[in-house]
Design a binder for this molecule. Sequence first.
Ligand SMILES: NC(=O)c1ccc[n+]([C@@H]2O[C@H](COP(=O)([O-])OP(=O)(O)OC[C@H]3O[C@@H](n4cnc5c(N)ncnc54)[C@H](OP(=O)(O)O)[C@@H]3O)[C@@H](O)[C@H]2O)c1
Length: 318
Amino acid sequence: MRLYVTGGTGLVGSNVIRLARQRGIEVIASQYGPAPEWTVDYPLDPLDLADHDAIRRSMQKYKPDAVIHAAAILDQIVMDTRREFCWSLMVDGARVLAEACREVGARLVFVSSDWVFDGRAEIVDETSPPNPVNFYGVMKVASERELGAMDGLNYGVGRLAGIYGLNYAAPSLLRKDNGLGFDFSVYVIHRLAAGLPAAVWTGPKVNDEAHPTLASDCADMLLRLAQHDSNGIFHCFGSECINRIDLAHQIAAAFDADPALIMPTRTDQAVLDEMRHIGIPYRTRASTERTAAALGRRAFNVGEGLRAFRQEWDAFNS
Ligand SMILES: NC(=O)c1ccc[n+]([C@@H]2O[C@H](COP(=O)([O-])OP(=O)(O)OC[C@H]3O[C@@H](n4cnc5c(N)ncnc54)[C@H](OP(=O)(O)O)[C@@H]3O)[C@@H](O)[C@H]2O)c1
């Protein structure tokens, strides 16, 4: 299979590329930001999703069998304040990519999010109606709907949730500082490893309960989806829902760290101020059964994911 990955220097994309290369899959990756920090043994294709003609040219040039579209803007403030720009990139860009995939006969895996939901339902599954509470979620739903309405498109929507892990392509981009868009697990590990308290926000504007998913595990689910043949929505989430405090304690246990350093803390006021107009889903509990049946496995539960992460962490840092 020839696989084209967008967002290859990102957390998700780098894990997709790494696993695909381990499996002998031919990879081409788009490049928008700084060059990857790892040794690149696959073609890099300079691409800005804002340049729709470039998207079409790339698909015509490489004619992949499948595309995993992991590129996105994740900064909630940018999304909220630069809506037209972000829509052009995220929604129009995905539609143009889908049309280009259809032209060359490629299957498209569009990476979406559990934030298509409002976080208020008792439990949601792949068929539940979305109800996003922020512009990010709105753009994901808009893209999902556009792809679903396109005749003749071979596609899967792979929704992800609470991704944590190593960004193998750009370790310097690990989001380890507490703040907007940080990687909660990496933050907790760094703090505890340094013997410092880890502040776990429990107040407003917090996605308190979710399905944390190890990036390398979600990469496996996305590759399965790329090789699958049915269209629709798939929940490539870790198979267990957990709140942040319990997750922090499980991280401490998995990394042999002192749980007494975990400090439930009210959300930082600066973050509350910045996010005052932006909704955050509070609790997203989801069923992953249909996806597990379709893709032949369920993703890791919390303990399995953290044990695998510990192994990756130790191997990477040794
Ligand atoms: N992280 C999570 O917890 C989470 C949860 C649910 C869903 N998701 C979804 O998973 C996907 C990947 O997220 P991530 O955490 O891996 O994000 P990330 O680390 O920020 O990576 C996003 C990538 O998007 C690319 N990009 C940004 N602007 C671009 C542009 N104008 N043109 C082309 N590429 C551009 C960049 O690619 P380059 O490498 O080319 O610079 C960047 O590496 C996204 O669709 C996100 O919505 C993530």
